[in-house]
Design a protein around this ligand. Structure first.
Ligand code: OTU
Length: 648
């Protein structure tokens, strides 16, 4: 639980009074100050309380506090009039991102278009899909050969020269804004690359910059933290520390050895990274994806994940951003235990969050053909604060990890360890009868832990089916893909596609031949999408064309229902068939029951179950606009069918 924050009014006011004159002196004129001051008044108490909690024990706390306010004010000053107008509009409709028109996608600039300019030319493709949100995978300056797909940033203010310039990025943001598409950028704030200027200075022995990171002279100091740490990339390196011969120091590296964890115990790091955050906001990012946020605070004797201070830190970023760029949203990327995931979700922390539990459970149910674990897991954990939203996804650039609550599994008689082992076997295609073609990711020889990489289409069976020229299996794979999407398009929250999946593109194994990529199997699901691939959507007879057209039609349906947006609420229901997943969307005016058959055989639910949920004489499936025939007291779903049912 979070420590109770004290708001000592007198202290707050006195501090603000003392700080204001020097800040005000930086204003161009009285008019400018009067426009900023309300933001300061509104957010200062919260920011002050948070920073005091985090850094109040520093002898020079007051100085750091002033630095932070200067960072905020100068960012606000350099924010463009266009962005400020947008901030004002968004403050008037603060839950704009819950609208059912919101649909996102994630894309690699180089793999999809080559560079930023060419990506801009492909905006019509995003419009064709009806996107309103585009996540550009990390595009900043990064080490040449291996940069963890861009997640090792060498300069947050410089675009990777292969992709273009900062001006290109600003132009792209403006062009996207013009057609109603938000730009989403990563805020990779847990670590920088070892080529970042701060790291370079630390390597040269500058003590101020060594304090930006965790540099230990003796392994024993690192071990005081290290004994309880989870290994995130165990195939790459044992432990979470890297020995630097040049510095004669152990450096904290949770991920790759070239990704140096930042030391947020140092208030200068908070201020420096706040500057980078607000810079990205001013470039035109509408949403910032808080990468690896679970790891940002470290304490001896803990797992150094999900610590209370990590939350305070993100809330402090939130308060500062509400002063300088109030229209900007934060998206949490916490791929951790489901109970920890929800703790990052709050209007004052991250308004948006990936939903890794739903993601993992969808894959689980496809493998087992049963929905009990998904239903039970989500019943407790789907509800989040009213003014926040889930980002629902099926695949992304990373691996699939099996994050579900072990207790829920035990309750159902499932041994969680063995079950995860089964899921890994299944999705790497080792389990007899599996349709999937995934690749193991970060298999831990000591713990047996493993995750799975692979393209959506390969994991759902299309790759194997095409290779075996099995028409029936191709059909099943297409239905699986469409059903998964019909669920994330209706369950509540914002669906986000992983570009390439809408074309059902298969695994790309060429990374195995690339020395810089072969250690990281996630490259199997980072595929190039050229003109040839894009042309597939015009071939309705191919599986690729069918998936594309199917998804486009599903998205059009989503946009037609208010109750799929912020007006509605979700209730996960237990159906009377273990293969059929169900939930109800409900607004003040209407209801919809969504059913999905996770088995390759027809499955039925009973009429009494249906009337219990939707009291109506006759039902219509809104996806096909056909009556849903209830016969002999039951409603039958075909293999992998999804129904959006409403009273006729
Ligand atoms: C994120 O993911 C990114 O999505 C990855 O692409 C990066 O490699 C990584 O951070 C480092 O920047 O380990 O396998 O919940 O699971 O944050 C993915 C914690 C990852 C991690 C998650 C991380």
């Amino acid at each position: 639980t979070l420590p109770e924050l004290q708001f000592p009014d007198r202290d707050v006011q006195r501090t603000l009074e003392r700080l204001t004159p020097r800040l005000q002196a930086r204003a161009k004129d009285a008019a400018e100050w009067s426009r900023f001051e309300p933001h300061l008044q509104e957010q200062f108490p919260r920011l002050f309380a948070l920073l005091r909690e985090l850094y109040g024990d520093q002898y020079d706390f007051f100085w750091h506090l002033e630095q932070v306010l200067q960072t905020v004010f100068s960012a606000w000053q350099s924010r463009t009039a266009t962005l400020k107008r947008q901030d004002a509009r968004r403050q008037k409709s603060p839950t704009w991102y819950q609208d059912q028109s919101m649909v996102g996608a994630a894309v690699y600039v180089d793999l999809f278009a080559g560079d930023l300019k060419q990506l801009q030319e492909r905006i019509p493709y995003f419009q064709e899909l009806g996107l309103t949100y585009l996540h550009l995978m990390p595009l900043f300056k990064a080490p040449e050969a291996n940069s963890d797909g861009g997640y090792a940033v060498s300069d947050y203010r410089q675009v990777d020269p292969k992709l273009g310039t900062m001006q290109d990025l600003k132009n792209l943001a403006a062009a996207l804004r013009k057609v109603g598409i938000c730009m989403v950028l990563d805020f990779v704030f847990n670590h920088t690359s070892d080529e970042h200027d701060w790291a370079r200075r630390a390597q040269q022995g500058d003590p101020d910059y060594m304090d930006y990171y965790f540099c230990f002279e003796h392994k024993s100091e690192a071990d005081e933290y290290g004994h309880a740490l989870r290994e995130i990339f165990p195939e790459i390196r044992k432990g979470c520390f890297t020995w630097r011969e040049d510095m004669q120091r152990w450096v904290w590296t949770t991920f790759n050895s070239f990704q140096w964890d930042l030391n947020y115990r140092n208030p200068a790091v908070f201020n420096a990274m706040l500057g980078e955050l607000l810079y990205l906001a001013n470039v035109g990012a509408d949403i910032l994806r808080f990468d690896a946020l679970a790891f940002v605070w470290k304490e001896k004797g803990t797992s150094c994940e999900n610590l209370p201070q990590a939350h305070l830190l993100i809330q402090a970023f939130n308060a500062a951003t509400r002063m300088a760029a109030p229209g900007v949203l934060f998206k949490s990327e916490a791929i951790v235990h489901p109970d920890e995931v929800v703790r990052y979700i709050d209007r004052d922390e991250c308004q948006l969050s990936y939903n890794p539990l739903l993601m993992a459970m969808l894959w689980n149910s496809l493998a087992t053909r049963k929905v009990r674990l998904m239903t039970r897991s989500l019943q407790h954990r789907f509800r989040i604060p009213q003014d926040c939203a889930w980002v629902n996804y099926i695949r992304c650039h990373d691996d699939v990890g099996w994050t579900f609550d072990d207790e829920v599994a035990w309750e159902l008689g499932i041994n969680p360890h063995d079950h995860r082992d089964f899921l890994n076997q299944f999705y790497t295609g080792r389990f007899p009868g599996s349709f999937a073609r995934g690749v193991a990711f970060q298999e831990n020889q000591d713990t047996g832990d493993c995750r799975v990489a692979g393209q959506l289409a390969s994991l759902t069976g299309l790759e194997k089916a095409i290779e075996e020229q099995d028409e029936q299996a191709i059909e099943a794979a297409i239905q699986r893909i469409l059903m998964l999407h019909a669920i994330i398009f209706s369950i509540g929250g914002m669906p986000v596609l992983y570009i390439g999946d809408e074309l059902a593109l298969l695994n790309d194994y060429s990374y195995e031949q690339d020395v810089d990529k072969q250690d990281d199997s996630r490259w199997v699901n980072r595929v190039r999408i050229g003109a040839q691939e894009l042309a597939l959507r015009k071939q309705p007879e191919t599986p690729h064309g069918r998936v594309y057209n199917g998804l486009q039609a599903l998205l059009a349906k989503r946009r037609a229902f208010d109750l799929l947006g912020g007006e509605g609420e979700t209730q996960i229901v237990e159906t009377d068939n273990v293969h059929v997943f169900g939930f109800v969307r409900q607004s003040e005016r209407e209801r919809m029951l969504v059913l999905a058959n996770f088995s390759e055989y027809p499955q039925a639910v009973s009429e009494s179950f249906l009337t219990g949920v939707l009291s109506a004489e006759t039902l219509t499936d809104r996806l096909t606009d056909q009556p849903a025939p209830v016969q002999d007291g039951r409603l039958e779903l075909s293999p992998y069918q999804c129904l959006w049912l409403q009273p006729t």
